[in-house]
Design a protein around this ligand. Structure first.
Ligand SMILES: C[S@@+](CC[C@H](N)C(=O)[O-])C[C@H]1O[C@@H](n2cnc3c(N)ncnc32)[C@H](O)[C@@H]1O
Length: 253
């Protein structure tokens, strides 16, 4: 079993965690770039993309949403600004402070998107304040993340926590119970299924091992733990991990 850096005298900040884990996360995404396509497409399931939209993806990791849109957007001339809070991913995204000023024009974004990240944000209100500064009136905000109930949060905070040097402790929020800021008209909050797709269970295990930065000691238990806590099924000639997220769609009033 690996030693947790978080068990030592200093507690790691998330910036440190992704400094250490970002490279592995990025390699897994580079090796299986389409595995999470459904997670990205679900962001737009209620409000499809329009022509020429100006999107901000924050924090963007290594720019995976942008890569997805480049594959999917067809003729739409969409611009994606990628902002990231940790330099540990790929260098593709500009690194900014979560609660500081960002290199954007005020009220210039048609949408701000934050995927799989709010559980790393200690002060969501302050981050949302920033969203309010940079999204235009009538523009959209999408936040999607793991919900507190269920096997995915357990997988992250028990299994990933145990098998990573950094540990994993997320702040999972019940979006339905949050007090959202007045400027934000929350239009819909719902759980959306977004299975991660692979050709084989070997690929599925390799992806999860890298994405979550797991140690060697995790290998023998990873597939059975995912089966138990998340769910794995055969589908369309491949294998799917039953990932799901809570998606919040809102508009700046
Ligand atoms: C699981 S990754 C998600 C990245 C990307 N949106 C995706 O869907 O692949 C989690 C993100 O949280 C970021 N993060 C959140 N809060 C942070 C903080 N306070 N300091 C550094 N990074 C933070 C990480 O840098 C990383 O981009």
């Amino acid at each position: 079993m690996q030693m947790h850096l978080a068990d030592s005298s200093s507690t790691l900040e998330y910036g440190d965690i992704f400094l250490e884990r970002g490279r592995q996360y990025h390699s897994a995404m580079a090796r299986f770039p389409r595995a999470r396509d459904r997670e990205f497409s679900q962001l737009f399931s209620r409000f499809p993309l329009g022509e020429g939209e100006n999107i901000v993806d924050v924090p963007s990791g290594g720019g995976y949403l942008s890569d997805f849109l480049a594959r999917e957007k067809g003729h739409k001339s969409i611009r994606v600004t990628e902002l990231e809070f940790s330099p540990g991913f790929s260098g593709q995204s500009q690194v900014v402070e979560p609660y500081g000023a960002w290199p954007l024009r005020l009220e210039s974004a048609d949408r701000i998107i934050s995927l799989a990240s709010s559980h790393h944000i200690a002060d969501l209100d302050r981050l949302l304040n920033n969203f309010g500064v940079y999204v235009r009136p009538g523009g959209l905000v999408h936040i999607a993340d793991v919900s507190p109930d269920g096997g995915i949060a357990s997988f992250l905070d028990v299994f990933v926590d145990r098998h990573t040097t950094t540990g994993h402790r997320g702040i999972y929020r019940q979006f339905e119970r949050l007090e959202w800021p007045d400027w934000l008209d929350v239009i819909r909050i719902e759980t959306r299924s977004c299975p991660w797709r692979f050709d084989s269970s070997e690929q599925l295990v390799a992806f999860c091992h890298g994405l979550f930065g797991l140690g060697k000691d995790a290998w023998p238990h990873l597939e059975s733990t995912l089966e138990e806590l998340v769910g794995i099924r055969s589908a369309n000639g491949g294998v799917e991990l039953d990932w799901e997220l809570s998606y919040m769609d809102a508009m700046k009033v």
